[in-house]
Design a protein around this ligand. Sequence first.
Ligand code: NCD
Length: 309
Amino acid sequence: MPYTYPHKDLLDIERLTVADITAILDRAEHYAAQNRSGQKKSPILDGKTVVNLFYEPSTRTRTSFEIAAKRLGADVVNIPVEHSSVKKGETLLDTALNIAAMQIDALVVRHAETGVPHFIAPQIKASVINAGDGTGEHPTQGLLDAFTIRRHKKTLQGLTIAYSGDLVRSRVAGSFIRLMSKFGNTIRAVAPQDFLTDKFKNLGVDTTTDMQAALDGADVVMTQRIQLERMNEGQFAMSLKEYAERFGLNHDKLKAAKPDVIVMNPGPVIRDVEISSALADDPRYSVIREQVENGVAVRMAVLELLLNR
Ligand code: NCD
C-alpha cells in the first residue's frame, strides 16, 4: 500500500508516528538528490498556493519553505507582518481567516507564542505547518535534523546524542528530542541548571551540567544558541564568555565523543559562544550547512505529503 499522510496539518512531532516520520524522510531522499541535479523542479503542486506568515524573524526557515514550494511548482506569498494589518490591530485569527478566504492550500506559521499554529489549524481548510511556535516545537527543523543524522549514521536508532542548549525555551529541542526519542536513542541534554527542565524526563532524556559527561562516546552533538530573546532581562546570569568556556563546543571538548561524531546547529550560529568558529567550519565534523541544504528537501516532502493527500 502506498503511504498516505494521515493529517491535514504538521503541527508537532508529538503526534507523528515512526511510520509518518520515516515516510517523510524517505521522500526527502528523492528531493535531496533532485535538488543537486540539473533539474530541480517537479511541478506536482502546480496551481497550489502556499502562504508564509512569519511573526518572528527568520532567514533559513522562511527561505527554505519558499524554495521548497517553488520547486514543486506552487505559488508562494510571503506576508511581511511588519507592513500588514496586524500593525493596525487585527487579531491573529482574523488575519488567518482572511488569508484562508483567498483559497490558499497551505499556511506556514511562525509565532512567538506557543500553540498558535494549533489554534489556527482547526479553523481553516488549508494545511497549517508549524514553522516554530514560541517555546513549543519546530517540526520541520526536527525532521531535517533527523534526515541529516540518518544520512551520516545510516540509522536513527541506538545512537548517543548530546544536545547542548536551552531545554526550557528552545522549540528546536522540543522537536529534536521528541523525534529522536521515538526511535530509541540515548539522549543527554547539557546546559547551565537554569536551562534544564524535567519536561522531557518521561522520554528518557538525561540532563547534566557537565559537558564531558554529556559528550562521552557521543555519535551526534547538537548545539544551539542561547534563546536570549525569550528571557526576561537579567534572567541569564552568566556572561557569554563563561558560557562559552563551560558549554561552548570546541575541538578539545569534542575529544570525549566518538571519532566519527557529527556536530550540528540549527542556526543562527553564534560563533564562539555555543560552538567555536573553527569547529563550526570544520568539514570533518560539522554538518551545519548540510542541515540547511536538507531543509529544502524535507520541506518539499512535507508539502507534497500534506497537499497531495
Ligand atoms: C531556530 C528557531 O527560530 O527556532 N532557527 C531555525 O529555524 N533554524 C533556532 C534559533 O533561533 O535558535
